[in-house]
Design a protein around this ligand. Structure first.
Ligand code: PEP
Ligand code: MG
Length: 889
């Protein structure tokens, strides 16, 4: 049997697991000598024992009684003592804050007798009866299970009968009457009298707080906040102090710095003649803390001093709750306070300047998601109306523009200077020009790794996807919301990619100073502090991190931007993105080629274009590694849609026209290539192995770009990566082809072209046979998008919208495995591949280029798994740098 109860003088802040965060911090304040009303904490262990067995743990009450006696002795009076009662508060307090989710019972110790004593010693009848009715209300609902609405109704009835608007206008007699009503209510509802014995009140209140851990509200909250269900709550029992004893009393909350901006200086609200609960409930208007300086200068000075003590002690922003009882200040709670992203960076830098924390600790005080939030323009959230639609927040930021329904229209309007939002059911590579032209992309289908989402994130473009409640009618050029609102083309909408919400009209935007700084080193005057803080934190992260950070980029512009953001190379250049737009016709010609000569011609036309792309990228990344992946998606993606084609031909036929012979040819090809599961079909290395000349063309373009850059005096460092390998034999054959072409170009040009050849690991079989694959690969790059898809058997394009929300609700996983790497499953495959790959080839370079490369939690995993680098979209590069630094602490 453990020890279940700790006096506030016996605990400390490092005991939050056992005492809950509130209890640990009350103990810490007590030890610091701050004025904390005496009390004790019943441990989370006691709660767990109670919940496990359904009964009061043996010996618990004996321990509580002993601690109660100590509190009574210190106070010089007994709990519920008839002539001068000691009263107690009983509050929940788990390890992680769960505001308002569990129960609190105040004024324990009042009964029909002691209420009279309290009235007498306080000289305030109204206060005594009001306290008693509060106890009945809280105890009745929380401990005895009476529906709280009954109490509310009785209170409202009384106010109506008296013709007064709120509680403060009820007299002592009114409240005494209400006490009788409440007692009768409890008896009727439960068949039991409200317990008059103070000890019984206390005992039952403690157990009721234990019970509230498993209340519906609390359980839901934990699920949303990813708090484990088996932690249990502690219970804090503390002498009551009263802020509602008249004008020389009051309650307030305060922060040691402004939690919105991080600016130093006390910040908070105060409510004279009120209990703490009244401040939080917002029943009456509070006054700013500066007002307290006028009302009660002595308490104000003491409060300042205590808060300074706390901030120096915790070495962080603290928030507190306090009560002033007839001119005496009491500290009721403290904790390290929540803050905005901006404040987090500002505070970390300032505390480092003040010498309170080390540069490494600044890294621990901020997070990648906070940095990401600072990089995107934001909506002024105080100025949004009701949303038109909810979708998945796929790529954060805020954008405003006229809704348009196809790529061409988006491009046309944008080139005329109009801001547009591209709305589609889903996007395909065809929509790329429109996506580039648009401020934001909104789709009604697809998950967070759908085309729209991945591409938008890559471009740092706002995206909300999978807004399934919208019915998008491309033909009619409009969408309709569930309540029947019709949004026609040209109507302005606002898209919040951080929340997934879409609004009608133009919600005002706030710009990101951080992005301007990262882009070109410029600093807005009003953001020097913030920008400086971000720069310093990132510099520290770069010093300590072991992981390199590369970017996924397919254009010279993206490569250059990634480099400005601190990328140390390109970890994934998706070459298929270079086959879009105008070039599609050439790809189409290659697919439709009837013989070798036609195919060679089509490939010959593609070659100079690819070479030009690679030259530009190698130039932008001069001196740094550029991993170029050979073509990956199934070729039919470059052909027109089967249904579109069939419709086009049928319409022609209906008009009596002969179908265009080219359409017939195309439809044949499309039918020939149709696959039920293209993601599991002819793609990746399989394409290279069955389509003659394709790989040779790509490798030649790469090699010739290397030659050009070398001749121009550059230091090109191209690496060639083979996608979707499952067996070493695939890689061996492909590699021979790659090396043949490299040798050819070396000979023709007189410049020796060396490109390391490696593979993506994105199939479970590749991970499980990594030892063999490593014999043919100089590097591995985990394609965790496909590896997640194939490990779970989830289609990355459909699954999130289809059933992920149900899975999240049921707690099957707490975040999408496409967002945060599934350590147990996919992560295990990663570890196997790292171990076996390195065993076979000790100098094997290993990275990751799936979306997880820019996800904070996943970056920490890749650090511990021993990877050499992570690669992510350019806009995630600073986030990954920061998290790689944090992972190394
Ligand atoms: C992956 O599968 O993780 C990957 C990076 O490749 P793609 O997303 O292009 O399939
Ligand atoms: Mg892949």
């Amino acid at each position: 049997m453990g020890r279940y109860v700790y006096d506030f003088t016996q605990g400390g802040r490092d005991m939050a697991g056992l005492l809950g965060s509130k209890g640990a911090n009350l103990a810490e304040m007590t030890r610091l000598g701050l004025p904390v009303p005496p009390g004790f904490t019943v441990t989370t262990e006691a709660c767990r024992a109670y919940l496990d067995t359904g009964g009061e743990p043996a010996g618990l009450w004996r321990e509580i009684s002993a601690h109660l006696t100590a509190v009574e002795t210190a106070a010089g009076r007994l709990l519920g003592q008839p002539d001068d009662p000691l009263l107690l508060s009983v509050r929940s307090g788990a390890r992680f804050s769960m505001p308002g989710m569990m129960e609190t019972i105040l004024d324990i110790g009042l009964n029909d007798e002691s209420v009279l004593g309290l009235a007498k010693v306080s000289g305030n009848d109204r206060f005594a009866w009001d306290s008693y009715r509060r106890l009945l209300q809280m105890f009745g609902s929380t401990v005895m299970g009476v529906d709280s609405a009954h109490f509310e109704r009785a209170l409202t009835d009384l106010k109506d009968a008296r013709g007064v608007p709120d509680d403060v206008h009820l007299t002592a007699d009114d409240l005494a009457g209400l006490v009788a009503t409440f007692q009768e209510l409890i008896r009727q509802e439960t068949g039991e009298y409200f317990p008059q014995a103070p000890a019984e009140q206390l005992r039952r209140a403690v157990l009721a707080v234990f019970e509230s851990w498993n209340g519906e509200r609390a359980r839901l909250y934990r699920r949303r906040e990813h708090i484990a269900d088996d932690l249990g709550t502690a219970v804090n029992v503390q002498r009551m102090v009263f802020g509602n004893l008249g004008p020389d009393s009051g309650s307030g909350v305060a922060f040691t710095r402004d939690p919105a901006t991080g600016r130093p200086g006390l910040y908070g609200d105060y409510l004279p003649d009120a209990q703490g609960e009244d401040v939080v409930a917002g029943i009456r208007n509070t006054v700013p803390l500066t007002e307290l300086e006028r009302l009660d200068p002595r308490s104000h000075t003491r409060l300042r001093a205590h808060m300074e003590t706390l901030e120096r002690h915790y070495r962080d922003l603290c928030d507190i709750e306090f009560t002033i009882e007839r001119g005496t200040l009491w500290m009721l709670q403290t904790r390290v306070g929540k803050r905005t992203a901006e404040a987090a960076f500002a505070i970390a830098a300032e505390l480092a300047d003040e010498g309170l924390i080390t540069p490494d600790e600044t890294l621990a005080r901020v997070g990648g998601e906070q940095l990401a939030r600072l990089m995107f323009p934001r909506f002024d959230t105080s100025r949004t109306g009701d949303p038109l639609a909810h979708g998945l927040p796929a790529s954060p930021g805020a954008a405003v523009g006229a809704a348009v329904f196809d790529s061409a229209e988006a491009a046309r309007r944008a080139s005329a200077g109009e801001k547009v939002v591209l709305v589609r059911q889903e996007t395909t590579p065809d929509d790329l020009p429109g996506m580039i032209a648009a401020q934001a992309v909104l789709t009604s289908r697809g998950g967070k790794t759908s085309h729209a989402a991945v591409v938008a994130r890559g471009m740092g473009k706002v995206c909300v996807c999978g807004a399934e409640e919208l019915s998008v009618d491309i033909e009619a050029r409009r969408f309709t919301t569930p309540d029947g609102t019709v949004v026609e083309e040209g109507t302005v909408v606002s898209v919040d990619g951080s929340t997934g919400l879409v609004y009608a009209g133009s919600v005002p935007l706030t710009d990101s100073a951080v992005i301007r700084f990262l882009e070109n080193g410029s600093t807005d005057e009003d953001a020097t502090g913030l920008v400086d803080a971000v720069a310093r934190v990132l510099a520290r992260a770069d010093t300590v991190r072991r992981l390199e950070v590369r970017a996924n980029a397919d254009t010279p512009e993206d490569a250059a931007r990634a480099r400005r953001f601190g990328a140390q190379g390109i970890g994934l250049c998706r070459t298929e993105h270079m086959f879009l737009g105008e070039r599609r016709k050439l790809v189409e010609a290659m697919i439709l080629a009837r013989d070798e000569a036609e195919r060679a011609e089509a490939l010959g036309a593609l070659l100079p274009l690819q070479r030009q792309d690679f030259t530009g990228i190698l130039e932008a990344m001069d001196g740094l590694p550029v991993t170029i992946r050979l073509i990956d998606p199934p070729l039919h993606e470059f052909l027109p849609d089967r249904t579109d084609l069939a419709v086009r031909m049928a319409t022609a036929e209906a008009r009596g026209a002969l179908p265009d012979p080219r359409d017939t040819e195309l439809l044949d090809a499309v039918n020939r290539m149709h696959e039920e599961n293209p993601m599991l079909g002819l793609r990746g290395v399989r394409l290279g192995l069955v389509v003659p000349g394709l790989v040779a063309m790509q490798v030649r373009a790469i090699a010739e770009a290397v030659v050009r850059r070398t001749k121009a005096g550059g230091s090109p460092r191209a690496e060639i990566m083979v996608p979707l390998v499952g067996a070493v034999e695939e890689l061996r054959i492909e590699r021979e082809e790659v090396e043949r072409v490299l040798a050819e170009v070396s000979q023709e040009s007189g410049i020796a072209v060396h490109c390391p050849v490696g593979t993506m690991i994105e199939l479970p079989r590749a991970a499980l046979t990594a030892g063999r694959i490593a014999q043919e690969a100089e590097f591995f790059s985990f394609g965790t998008n496909d590896l997640t898809q194939t490990t779970w058997g989830f289609s990355r394009d459909d699954v999130e919208a289809a059933f992920f929300s149900a899975y999240l609700d049921k707690g099957i996983f707490t975040t999408s495995p496409f967002e945060t790497l599934d350590r147990d499953g996919v992560g295990r495959l990663v570890r196997i591949a790292v171990d076996e790959g390195r065993a076979a080839r000790p100098d094997l370079k290993i990275g990751v280029c799936g979306e997880h490369g820019g996800d904070p939690d996943s970056v920490h995993f890749f650090h511990t798994a021993g990877l050499d680098y992570v690669s992510c979209s350019p806009f995630r590069v600073p986030v990954a740098r920061l998290e790689a630094g944090r992972a190394a602490l």
